[in-house]
Ligand binder design. Structure first.
Ligand code: SAH
Length: 277
């Protein structure tokens, strides 16, 4: 589940006088992939059209909800923090941020109220007057001999930085990759089963295998298996102990019976097959 909504709903991307509707669509797509959805346009040369929808590739809900303004001041109404993006490093000193700091600040302030990231015209970017309406400038470090990204590519980087920063700050990364390791008692049950199987199969002498078992504990503790993985391992141990028969598969799938045997007479199988896993 995506819990980014609350803060992300207060972050708007403002595109100033965009010329190509395709770019508006591509920005919508860039935003939606990262969980952002508030797109504002200032004096767009053309309103979102079929090309914009095509380039949005499924993010047309953002285009349908787009807010169009006659000027930048109107588009920034209610915003407590405004960051303007620029492909150029300006001659006039203005507080500037790298994309990661920009994301941190926007997220921190979005916890308190509305914030905006402003993107400029394809040809000429933002004017000095427009930049002067921003608290900070943000510049994506690029090749000094070729600084300018496509509008939607820049939007993608800003949107990704917002998502990445939010995930780190809220521990989402850990939550998404976390598994549920089997609890201690399940591990003990497994180790007992393992020891018994080693004895039953003649692999080791129970009286002599304490050190070996400690090594195996170390191995499985390192892997921290979850319950499903533990069930698989225990299923293999049961099979090694002779508590499962290959015939159980042929009973439910006659076409897999070994050559020369009549599947209808196969017996001793477990009709559930390996469905448990
Ligand atoms: N020739 C223009 C480039 C505009 S690119 C100029 O010199 O400003 C269109 C928009 O994409 C820019 O206004 C800015 O919002 C964004 N953008 C492109 N490259 C960028 C970069 N390296 N850093 C920050 N924003 C960038």
């Amino acid at each position: 589940m995506d819990r980014s909504g609350e803060v992300f709903d207060r972050i708007r991307f403002v595109l100033v006088e965009t010329t190509h509707p395709g770019n508006v669509g591509a920005v919508a797509r860039a935003m939606k992939t990262m969980g952002l959805n508030r797109l504002h346009l200032v004096n767009p040369k053309v309103l979102p059209d079929a090309e914009a929808i095509a380039r949005a590739a499924g993010a047309d809900d953002l285009l349908a909800a787009v807010q169009v303004h006659g000027d930048l001041v109107d588009a920034l109404r209610g915003c407590r923090l405004v960051v303007g993006s620029s492909a150029r490093l300006r001659t006039v000193e203005w507080p500037s941020l790298e994309p990661a700091d920009c994301a941190r600040r926007l997220l921190a302030e979005a916890g308190e109220g509305e914030v905006a990231l402003v993107l400029g015209r394809e040809r000429s970017g933002l004017t000095n007057d427009e930049l002067a309406r921003c608290h900070f400038l943000v510049h994506i470090p690029t090749n000094p001999a070729f600084r300018s990204l496509n509008l939607a590519s820049a939007a993608q980087i800003f949107a990704y930085e917002l998502r990445r920063t939010w995930r780190t700050a809220t521990g989402q990364h850990d939550k998404e990759t976390e598994r549920d390791p089997a609890p201690a008692e399940a591990m003990e049950g497994f180790y007992a089963h393992l020891a018994q199987t080693m004895a039953d199969t003649g692999f080791s002498d129970p009286a002599q295998s304490q050190k070996l078992l400690r090594r195996l504990r170390r191995l499985f503790n390192r892997a921290r298996p979850d319950r499903v993985e533990l069930n698989i391992l225990r299923g293999i141990l049961s099979a090694a102990q002779g508590k499962k028969s290959p015939e159980r598969f042929h009973k439910i799938n006659p076409s897999r019976s070994p050559p020369g045997r009549d599947p209808s007479t196969a017996s001793g199988g477990n009709a559930r097959g390996n469905s448990k896993e």
